[in-house]
Design a protein around this ligand. Structure first.
Ligand SMILES: [Zn+2]
Length: 326
């Protein structure tokens, strides 16, 4: 045996010194080589196993086969996140330069992985009022009056809400809508809410001397949909447009055409500060999915333990639990 061979097989001699002296040295050496090969191939096998695990956990998450993507090795190679893998197959994903849509999906997109018999909106943001109205007209909904306020939701979301309200009533608790925009909203409703925030924000930052009158007027004159990019750019500089000007406008009334309320899978309630009410809603598939939007709940149609398998991440803030795209 040459010196190089001795070096190569040193572990073998160390591990099996007595066998080394046996006359059946050659076949045993072959067995050793077989195991050595196995050790060298192990990392590759583990990586394959990891990928198989991803595929399995995704297929468990599929409750709506028609709208979920087919996971194949090509998709895994693109390194999509678990959340992206669970998005409806037909949902157009934002391009790399479309940071507005990317941000909306990241901060308000949990509803796109809602399970059960719900229908997901066809895009992250509706382009106009008629596209939005046409889509809403095709969805099966149920309308109920709570505290004299009409609330319309996708049928399954409403049935889950009624069950939650019943459980709450049994425990002497209430779940009531927070105003006439608590449930379904039209494209025009989202425009109105957006414009309120934008106009009061522009006036506030102008008063503070952070924005010139000319710049504020220029933004005010734009169509609501055209203002989104401008406002998010100002927020990137610390000029926030939420109700108290302390955080992003996306946390209190999102961009026109992009509200979860358009999907009729969202509800704002008066009792969101009661932990017992939040627990009951979660038991019936209703979760908080927009961080810091305190009254806002989203119907995700599944149980809390399955949310991570959909690519949703748990955030606890001020003792509230939020589920957002990971
Ligand atoms: Zn809301």
């Amino acid at each position: 045996m040459q010196v190089t061979e001795l070096y190569l097989f040193k572990p073998y001699y160390l591990l099996m010194p007595r066998l080394n002296k046996s006359p059946r040295k050659k076949p045993l050496k072959n067995i050793y080589l077989f195991f050595l090969g196995g050790v060298l191939l192990l990392p590759g096998f583990l990586s394959f196993y990891e990928q198989s695990t991803v595929i399995r956990s995704h297929s468990i998450a599929q409750v709506v086969p028609a709208s979920n993507p087919i996971v194949d090795s090509a998709q895994l190679n693109e390194r999509k996140s678990l959340f992206e893998l669970n998005l409806p197959g037909q949902l157009p994903l934002p391009g790399e330069d479309d940071w507005v849509a990317q941000r909306l999906l990241k901060e308000n997109g949990a509803l796109f992985v809602a399970q059960g018999n719900v229908v997901h909106p066809p895009s992250i943001i509706f382009a106009n009022a008629s596209d939005c109205a046409n889509w809403q007209a095709q969805i099966k909904t149920r309308r109920e009056f709570f505290s004299g306020i009409p609330i319309e939701l996708q049928t399954e979301a409403m049935e889950a809400l009624l069950s939650a309200r019943k459980e709450a009533a049994d425990k002497k608790l209430r779940i009531t809508p927070r105003g006439r925009w608590a449930g379904r909203r039209s494209y025009r409703d989202t425009e109105k809410i957006w414009s309120r925030r934008v106009h009061s924000g522009l006036a506030f930052w102008q008063r503070r001397g952070k924005l010139s009158a000319r710049e504020a007027t220029r933004i005010r004159m734009l169509a609501p949909a055209g203002q989104v990019k401008e406002i998010l750019q100002l927020e990137a500089q610390g000029l926030f447009f939420s109700m108290d000007f302390s955080k992003s406008v996306l946390y209190s009334g999102t961009a026109p055409g992009a509200s979860q309320h358009i999907s009729m899978l969202a509800l704002d309630i008066n009792e969101s500060d009661q932990a017992a009410v939040r627990t009951i809603l979660a038991r019936h598939g209703w979760f908080q999915t927009v961080i810091s939007d305190l009254p806002h709940f989203t119907y995700l149609g599944t149980t809390q333990d399955r949310l991570p398998t959909l690519g949703l991440k748990k955030t606890v803030k001020n003792r509230r639990v939020y589920w957002t795209p990971d």
